[in-house]
Design a protein around this ligand. Structure first.
Ligand SMILES: [Zn+2]
Length: 270
């Protein structure tokens, strides 16, 4: 999946420090990231100044900063195309930086008093110097649910209003006041009319395109209720066999593709 960059290692600890020449600079312009023409990262040494660089995170022994390389010769890559790059470190770092960039941009001004916010020196937070209001990076918890029926078929969907045209799984954001297991039950019921139980947690995935932390679950149909499609959200919801899905698997870069692969291999009950 997109966060699996082994043998490289992502470090999320917050240790802002003086930028080194060999550290990397990420620049975002509208819905693109600016990379070198060979699709590698710009280095700090290529900038005229080390000022105004904002600490983001580290991968291995390199630190990533938010900065401006737009005076250099660059290629711009659309954020939504980043997941298709063959170099997963470039994809993952650029997407994670994009999420932090948006968080800082959206919190330029304090939501309580309107003053200019500042990056906190001690933790990954934006702090208002006037009223001390503090904002941490926002994550939107969401679920991906693989529902299995008594014939061992998988419930697949297609989105009604999305450029993504392949088979998907039931998915949706957690609402305030519910547990993540309740999100699973509610989303499956809302989108397909089906009631589920035997809900089992599988694994999670950071998904910067929607600012989400995705939680993957397996679930079983509670009764033999028929599918009732939520046409506002979906264009299709149906049961599919392992044999048929085998020829329609989406990329394993996303949790949905990973879970479908598990189902096709018959490994979802382990
Ligand atoms: Zn304030």
């Amino acid at each position: 999946m997109i966060q699996d960059i082994y043998p490289h290692q992502y470090h999320n600890e917050y240790h802002p420090h003086e930028p080194q020449d060999t550290d990397y600079v990420l620049t975002y312009k509208e819905n693109t990231v600016l990379l070198k023409e060979d699709y590698s990262f710009f280095c700090v040494s290529e900038l005229n100044t080390k000022e105004n660089l904002l600490y983001l995170f580290e991968i291995d022994d390199k630190t990533f900063y938010l900065g401006d390389v737009s005076h250099l010769s660059y290629t711009s890559v659309k954020i939504r195309d980043l997941r298709n790059l063959s170099n997963q470190v470039i994809s993952f770092a650029s997407l994670t930086g994009w999420q932090l960039y948006n968080w800082m941009k959206e919190n330029t001004y304090c939501g309580c008093c309107g003053s200019k916010m500042e990056n906190d020196p001690k933790e990954r937070a934006m702090r208002c110097p006037s009223c001390n209001h503090i904002v941490y990076p926002r994550l939107n918890p969401a679920v991906i649910v693989a529902v299995i029926n008594d014939k061992d078929e998988l419930l697949v969907t297609k989105y009604a209003h999305s450029t993504y045209k392949q088979y998907a799984l039931v998915a949706g954001f957690a609402e305030i006041g519910e547990t993540i297991e309740e999100t699973v039950k509610r989303e499956v019921k809302e989108e397909t009319g089906i009631e589920v139980d035997s809900i089992t947690y599988y694994k999670s995935q950071p998904w910067s395109l929607s600012g989400s932390l995705l939680f993957g679950f397996w679930a079983k149909v509670k009764d033999s209720s028929a599918i009732t499609l939520d046409e506002n959200e979906l264009s299709l919801a149906r049961w599919i066999t392992r044999e048929e899905l085998k020829n329609h698997l989406p990329s394993p870069i996303a949790l949905t593709g990973d879970m479908m692969m598990k189902y096709v291999k018959g490994e979802h009950n382990q």
